[in-house]
Ligand binder design. Structure first.
Ligand code: TXA
Ligand code: MG
Length: 345
């Protein structure tokens, strides 16, 4: 299939909505990352998402809505009331898990009895939601396992020819996927950290737990609360190692190896390997925004080096951010990209 390139014009928004109503998959910008959307109430359309991404069928999708009232028919009686507490972040980079109504096809939620809901703030995503009048299931618009896309070009790099269209809305401002908060248990639990931080959610809800799987590999016998946590994720083609330590020690470690550095601005002066700076050490928002572009860019740079007959076995050495605030989301994605390979220097 030829993937149509659409832009933020009234005609193209209408074209995207028409494709979605007809059961096709369309990649859309959101403020977190690009999503691959399909009609959440059409099981066949949703199967198209899994096929295009190569996504395991037991990894459930997030359903995107225009407003909290749209959640009412999709969740168990009374559940939608819980969204009123979260008004500060909805619309925004927050996904909430509630008990599911039978109306949501089980393929959307990977057979679970819950459903993930998000109200995006991005004006283009909202324009498409309004134009099609449907709840839209949308995971990140990358091939399963690879870094999430933060631009239309990233989407095309992974899915050109496999989806009906990509709607270009510029670069995603947040850069990491939404915070996933489960409200199905006694205590609200963060299953995936994002731009809405544990600190912010605690201030709003009182007690909030951060799931163990955010910072630790799942042991063989524990069941994933969020199936996404059991898969290797966010990974470029090159192996990633997460390196913790000062700028000088990090650079010395990198300079002694065949690697490319995903580094902080101050590290660059000490490094003699190819670098991608993903912000200042103290600026977690910028790190989040540039993280996935950095992993993709370094992958491409390594391929060029290898084509030119350079070192055969390169790795990406990522300088580890402080794991708090938005930095917790950055740290979590890197930890997973690295398959939990962390070195202290
Ligand atoms: O920012 C985002 O969240 C982006 C944009 C497009 O909205 N979407 C996104 O979707 O990152 P995806 O599919 O890549 O990640 C969804 C995560 C997965 O880890 C999945 O396992 C979890 O949410 N999830 C979805 N439904 C769930 C449910 N019912 N229970 C537990 N976890 C769920
Ligand atoms: Mg994803």
């Amino acid at each position: 299939m030829t993937t149509a390139r659409l832009h933020n014009t009234p005609a193209d928004i209408a074209a995207a909505a028409a494709l979605l109503r007809a059961g096709a998959c369309v990649a859309l910008p959101t403020e977190t990352v690009y999503g691959l959307a399909a009609n959440a109430l059409d099981a066949d359309a949703v199967r198209g998402i899994f096929a295009a991404k190569g996504r395991p069928a037991d990894n459930p999708l997030i359903v995107h809505l225009l407003c909290a009232a749209d959640a009412v028919p999709l969740v168990a009686p009374g559940e939608a009331d819980k969204l009123t507490m979260l008004g500060d972040f909805m619309p925004g980079p927050l996904t909430v898990i509630l008990r599911r109504a039978a109306r949501v096809p089980s393929v959307v939620s990977g057979g679970l009895d819950s459903v993930a809901l998000r109200i995006p703030a991005h004006p283009v995503a909202r324009a498409v939601l309004a134009a099609c009048g449907l709840p839209l299931a949308a995971p990140s618009a990358n091939r399963s396992g690879s870094p999430s896309p933060t631009s239309a070009q990233h989407v095309l790099d992974d899915l050109d020819g496999a989806i009906a269209a990509v709607l270009d809305g510029g670069e995603s401002a947040v850069g990491v996927e939404s915070t996933v908060l489960s409200l199905t248990g006694d205590v609200p639990e963060i299953l995936r950290p994002g731009a809405v931080t544990p600190e912010q959610l605690c201030a709003l809800l009182g007690e909030v737990r951060v799931a163990e799987a955010v910072l630790a590999p799942l042991s063989a016998h524990t069941q994933a609360a969020s199936p996404g946590m059991k898969y290797k994720h966010y990974a470029p083609r090159l192996p990633v190692v997460l390196v913790r330590g000062s700028a000088e020690n990090y650079a010395a470690w990198c300079n002694a190896r065949a690697c490319l550095a995903l580094c902080f601005a101050r590290d660059a002066q000490f490094l003699r390997v190819p670098v991608f700076c993903y912000g200042a050490e103290t600026d977690a928002e910028t790190q989040a925004r540039l993280l996935f572009d950095g992993l993709r860019t370094l992958d491409t740079a390594a391929a060029a080096l290898q084509d030119a007959g350079g070192a055969a076995k390169l790795i990406i050495a990522a300088h580890a951010p402080a794991p708090n605030g938005v930095g917790l989301a950055v740290y979590n994605r890197l930890l997973r990209a690295a398959g939990f390979a962390v070195v202290e220097v």
